[in-house]
Write a new protein. Structure first.
Length: 160
């Protein structure tokens, strides 16, 4: 079942890449007490994700802060090493937290998995964005497969 507006975010383990390698973070704790712009995409280093999706959130980070957001987070079904390298290559710095959902636990828990096995990519996340306020989903923008029209930073800012 796909998560909907008004639902609470599940509490599963995600990972970031820190100074000493992968670091576990519980999603329930990460999103509790914060206003968060979360966006997810099929894969790090992929064309649309690298050229448009992630860069848009980096560029608009100050606008999100101005609208009271505490955190912008990018999630993908990749490991923490890949997400860390992609964040470094894209110069996310402190603007966007790169979250690795390597086993897809979060993605499956919210019903956003997307099977790309026929293309050699395995099970990934669908492309979406959402506003989470104190652990509760306030808005969701789920893309149609292959599209990039409504999960961008500008659309999510307009919903804040």
């Amino acid at each position: 079942m796909t998560i909907t507006v008004g639902d609470s975010i599940p509490d599963v383990t995600l990972y970031t890449y820190g100074a000493n390698g992968p670091e576990a973070v519980k999603s329930g704790e990460l999103f509790q007490g914060k206003k968060v712009a979360l966006f997810a995409l099929p894969g790090a280093f992929t064309p649309t994700c690298s050229a448009k999706h992630l860069p848009g959130y980096i560029e608009k980070a100050d606008e999100f802060k101005g609208k009271g957001f505490d955190l912008i987070a990018c999630l993908s079904v990749n490991d923490a090493f890949v997400m860390g390298a992609w964040g470094k290559q894209q110069n996310t710095g402190e603007k966007v937290m790169m979250l690795a959902d390597g086993s897809g636990d979060f993605t499956k828990a919210i019903g956003m998995e997307f099977d790309l096995s026929a293309r050699g990519l395995g099970v990934r996340s669908q492309r979406y964005s959402m506003i989470i306020d104190n652990g509760v989903v306030k808005s969701i923008n789920l893309e149609k497969p292959g599209a990039f029209e409504i999960s961008d930073a500008g659309t999510l800012l307009g919903q804040a």
